[in-house]
Design a protein around this ligand. Structure first.
Ligand SMILES: *[C@@H]1O[C@H](CO)[C@@H](O)[C@H](O)[C@H]1NC(C)=O
Ligand SMILES: *[C@@H]1O[C@H](CO)[C@@H](O)[C@H](O)[C@H]1NC(C)=O
Ligand SMILES: *[C@@H]1O[C@H](CO)[C@@H](O)[C@H](O)[C@H]1NC(C)=O
Ligand SMILES: *[C@@H]1O[C@H](CO)[C@@H](O)[C@H](O)[C@H]1NC(C)=O
Length: 386
């Protein structure tokens, strides 16, 4: 384990943070089993997909057969024998609901590519993308009909990693599909990237009909940390499966490396990142260092380095964030379990997308979007032997 982390762990005893009893335990499985000890009910929601992907990554990294078997059975339990994904509506178009497809594909592949029910379920999601309502230039609507002609960074994570992984498994030679995946990134980049800060705004409205839309670009007004976190993760994960021979690979890699630079520059001295990341709001009243994005950025940096997509210098950026997370965001409970703090419940482009809106959404304890991302990050720390 990283030395600074250990020292910090040993030093952190307080009224709410009891010193951990065993610092040699890997955080990935420790946080996963802590979450499981709370007995939550599984469904097809994307937050469950994130948590279960975390558990699966932790189990795989630590070779924990019992935990892996839990994750495998959990995913299996929401796909019926005939390939029906329980809770999914083939006629409701919301990108969030595609995310569980990644968990399904993971176990289909890892367990020998033979379970027909997973293939059917994944094909159902894939076919839905072919019918998806799109903006005039071809971007998937974030949700129909409420977010017509809008693309959000979050949606790239929810659907395009699945789209790319599915294509890599079942239609690797389908250039139309690879072009289409690239197009989703090209569109969101074109409309939401700030080329000075290299950060991206939360989303855009292609017809600029939304109250928050910039009259020229259609972009929403602020850089919301979690949306950017999802997007950073999505770039790394899509590049992992994207064909290197396709011109889109270099383009996406360019998006990734410039974003990595922008995010590094926005890192606070504490090691974390502000909820609203636009430079002028750093340290602003009611803005705060938020934990889910801090975890997502840490994961993306480390995984990007491991895959050779990002420069090794970013390991230091990630370690700084990791220390903050294990010192401040992980809460060491008296009964030996871990809790996760500091994650904002939600950030939506449903309303006016104002600074006031984003900064007054409550935080919640053990929020899966942050807790799951922390587990992702922990597995990369452990894989890198840090
Ligand atoms: C700490 O945890 C590790 C891994 O779970 C275990 O092997 C070891 O025995 C534990 N040590 C103590 C002092 O509890
Ligand atoms: C290739 O991808 C396109 C776009 O997603 C899709 O419409 C088409 O059905 C796919 N073709 C094959 C042969 O799978
Ligand atoms: C882009 O980011 C820079 C640096 O944070 C900022 O000064 C500028 O106002 C931003 N541009 C737009 C169009 O918001
Ligand atoms: C451990 O303590 C936490 C915090 O009080 C609690 O939420 C959790 O349910 C406890 N877990 C077990 C297994 O008792």
């Amino acid at each position: 384990m990283h030395l600074q982390t250990l020292t910090a762990l040993l030093a952190c005893a307080g009224p709410t943070l009891a010193a951990p009893t065993n610092t040699s335990k890997p955080f990935s499985t420790w946080m996963s089993s802590s979450w499981l000890s709370k007995g939550q009910k599984l469904n097809n929601h994307y937050v469950m997909a994130v948590i279960h992907e975390g558990i699966q990554k932790a189990a795989t990294t630590q070779k924990d057969a019992k935990l892996l078997s839990y994750a495998s059975n959990a995913i299996s339990s929401i796909v019926k024998q005939d390939g029906t994904l329980i809770g999914w509506d083939a006629t409701f178009y919301t990108l969030d609901d595609i995310r569980m497809g990644n968990n399904i594909l993971y176990f289909w592949n890892a367990e020998g590519r033979k379970d027909k029910k997973y293939e059917i379920a994944a094909k159902g999601l894939r076919d839905q993308l072919d019918r998806w309502p799109r903006t005039p230039t071809g971007g998937f609507w974030h949700r129909a009909p409420i977010y017509a002609n809008q693309m959000w960074l979050d949606g790239i994570y929810m659907a395009d990693t699945f789209y790319a992984t599915y294509t890599s498994y079942f239609e690797p030679g389908n250039t139309t599909a690879w072009n289409d995946i690239q197009l989703q990134f090209d569109l969101i980049e074109k409309h939401t990237r700030n080329h000075t800060s290299n950060l991206l705004y939360h989303g855009y409205s292609e017809d600029k009909s939304t109250v928050w839309a910039d009259p020229v670009t259609g972009a929403s007004p602020y850089v919301w940390d979690r949306a950017l976190g999802w997007y950073f993760v999505a770039l790394v994960e899509v590049l992992e499966v994207f064909p290197k021979s396709h011109p889109g690979f270099a383009k996406l890699k360019g998006y990734l490396t410039t974003l990595a630079d922008g995010i590094k520059k926005a890192q606070d001295v504490s090691g974390g990142w502000w909820l609203i990341m636009d430079e002028e709001f750093a340290g602003e009243k009611s803005n705060y260092i938020e934990s889910s994005a801090t975890a997502m950025f840490t994961y993306s940096y480390l995984k990007g380095v491991r895959l050779g997509l990002l420069d090794r210098q970013y390991t230091a950026t990630a370690l700084k964030a990791w220390d903050l997370m294990t010192e401040d965001f992980v809460q060491y409970e008296k009964n030996g379990t871990l809790s996760w703090t500091g994650t904002v419940e939600v950030g939506s482009l449903k309303g006016d997308a104002s600074y006031e809106y984003y900064t007054t959404v409550p935080l919640s304890l053990n929020d899966g979007k942050g807790l799951g991302a922390f587990v992702y990050a922990a597995t990369e720390i452990e894989l890198a032997g840090l």
